[in-house]
Design a protein around this ligand. Structure first.
Ligand code: XMP
Length: 514
């Protein structure tokens, strides 16, 4: 197994940088996105097998356009420039780039004029996705045109001596149906990658790195019950066993049975060293009288830091903190606006925690996407329900209990939510939707039960389909299923006499109600 085989994706502000990185990994070659202005020495020291230069919205001839270190063209590492990346490379190699006569957006057929390993097995006409206003106007002496369209004479190029390929189109998008093959050809035929990267090899490498980083030191990991912190804890446990000390805070805002479940899973089943803290009363006390959602978040976040710190202080010799930071938390800011001086910033799940506590961070999943984290969890042997859980926000039920949070409302909410989840699982809907939960509204409505008039709380059900949580649509659950959930909630949960289903989309609504 070759653990060192990886490809760098330099990001020039492209909306597709993540997609490129993911395509490379789908071809079993590890990839990492780096800011476009990374120094050639730093890159060379990390010895990637190939470098992909991403697209980007700027024009290469604009004064403040993002640039890369010109020395990377001297490293002898195969490079593939896509769209802006092609233009950057071609400019550096002596070509002229200027606005195209006709901007090209959408499907085009390119004609391969020079058979090349890059287009091996693809035929002479290839359907591709174009999205550009600028293009390479003439090729310099040593650049060979490999493919063209009637309006884009240099749709693909190669340099004679520098191992640089440029594509004016986007092989990473599905609208280029054979794009994966082109990227695969680059990886295997040009870069010489063997394509042996798998989740198992990721684990092996991560374990080695974690051990090297922490030595014999102890690592604290805050469990939340969510997917990312659970997977990072299992990965750490595999690497360092009892050097890992997990802390789980019961903030009184967890779902039904959640505290007990975490203790069973991580303490009893996985045999991790688990420190549990019941701080429910402190959290509920601090939330008394608070109705404004952002205030709730601030109070909960601040108190979490205090409680966590108190518990961490009791653990001797712990200088490391494991965080389940994943790629979407790592905001790439090497945008054209930020220019070459921009750096990658990290947004931690628990805001401000590491800086305040002065720990060294262990973040072994920083480069992974969410679905890769789930695959990692499965590879580590975690339970299906743990790995495929819906996200649960840090402020927990506090932001699903609209208005003031109190124990009575939380009790109703917990029961209603448990029924919803149980029925979704029973009907095989849980894994098909992105997030599902109950919300308790701060109003009472009139109902009739038997001969009695009731005046009780309203429960709203929120079930959404989403992949990125930036946009969402309400799930078209069968009416019978909705009816069953509503009927069970009204019959089984004391204090609720009405159930409504939220059919708003995001945007303009959000997924959470607060
Ligand atoms: P919205 O409501 O913004 O939610 O559409 C998008 C996703 O983010 C989660 N969410 C949070 N997660 N702390 C978190 O850890 C928060 O304060 C928070 N607010 C929303 C929400 O559950 C959904 O998955």
């Amino acid at each position: 197994m070759n653990h060192n085989e990886w490809v760098a994706v330099l990001d020039f502000g492209s909306q597709y940088a993540q997609l490129i990185a993911r395509r490379v990994r789908e071809l079993n070659v590890f990839s990492e996105i780096l800011p476009c202005n990374i120094g050639a020495d730093e890159l060379s020291a990390r010895a990637p097998k190939g470098i992909v230069l991403s697209g980007g919205p700027a024009s290469v001839y604009a004064e403040d356009s993002p640039k890369c270190d010109p020395k990377i063209f001297e490293l002898g590492i195969p490079m593939l420039g896509l769209c802006y990346g092609m233009q950057i490379g071609c400019t550096h190699l002596g070509c002229r780039v200027s606005p195209a006569q006709a901007r090209e957006f959408g499907r085009r057929e390119i004609r391969v004029v020079e058979p090349e390993p890059l287009f091996g097995g693809l035929g002479e006409e290839i359907t591709v996705w174009m999205s550009h206003g600028d293009q390479v106007q003439d090729t310099a002496h040593d650049l060979i045109t490999l493919a063209s369209t009637p309006t884009c004479p240099h749709a693909a190029v190669r340099h004679k001596s520098v191992p640089f390929y440029g594509l004016q189109f986007h092989p990473e998008v599905t609208h280029t149906p054979q794009g994966v093959k082109i990227i695969g050809n680059f990886l295997k035929k040009v870069c010489g990658c063997r394509g042996e990267w798998t989740m198992a090899s990721f684990i092996e490498r991560a374990v080695e790195r974690i051990r090297a980083q922490v030595g014999t030191g102890k690592v604290i990991c805050g469990l939340s019950g969510g997917v990312d912190s659970s997977v990072v804890a299992c990965l750490l446990h595999k690497a360092i066993g009892d050097q890992l000390e997990c802390v789980f805070v019961n903030n009184g805002l967890l779902r039904k049975g959640e505290f007990e479940q975490v203790v069973r899973d991580f303490g009893d089943n996985y045999h991790m060293r688990l420190h549990t803290v019941d701080a429910s009363q402190r959290f509920l006390g601090a939330l008394k009288g608070v109705t404004e959602p952002e205030r709730k978040r601030k109070i909960i976040g601040g108190l979490f830091i205090d409680v966590f710190k108190e518990e961490a202080d009791k653990i001797q010799d712990a200088h490391f903190l494991a965080q389940g930071t994943i790629y979407p938390d790592v905001i790439e800011s090497s945008s054209p606006v930020g220019g070459p001086s921009a750096t990658i910033k990290s947004h931690h799940n628990v805001g401000g925690l590491p800086e305040k506590l002065g720990f060294k961070l262990v973040e072994p999943m920083r480069e992974l996407f969410k679905d890769e984290v789930r695959r990692l969890g499965e590879e580590l042997g975690m339970k299906h329900e743990q790995v495929w859980r819906h996200p649960f926000p840090g402020p927990g039920l506090a932001i699903r209990c609209l208005g003031e949070v109190d124990e009575a409302k939380l009790a109703i909410l917990r029961e209603a939510d448990a029924i919803l989840i149980e029925e979704l699982r029973a009907a095989d809907w849980y894994d098909k939707v992105g997030q599902a939960f109950a919300v308790i509204l701060p109003v009472k409505t009139v109902g009739v039960m038997g001969d009695e008039r009731t005046y009780e709380q309203v429960i709203a059900l929120r079930v959404v389909e989403t992949t990125d949580f930036m946009t969402a649509d309400f799930a078209r659950l069968p009416y019978d299923l909705l009816g069953k959930v509503a009927s069970r909630i009204i019959n089984e949960v004391r204090g609720a006499n009405r159930v409504v289903y939220d059919i708003s989309t995001k945007p303009p609504s959000t997924i959470c109600w607060e």
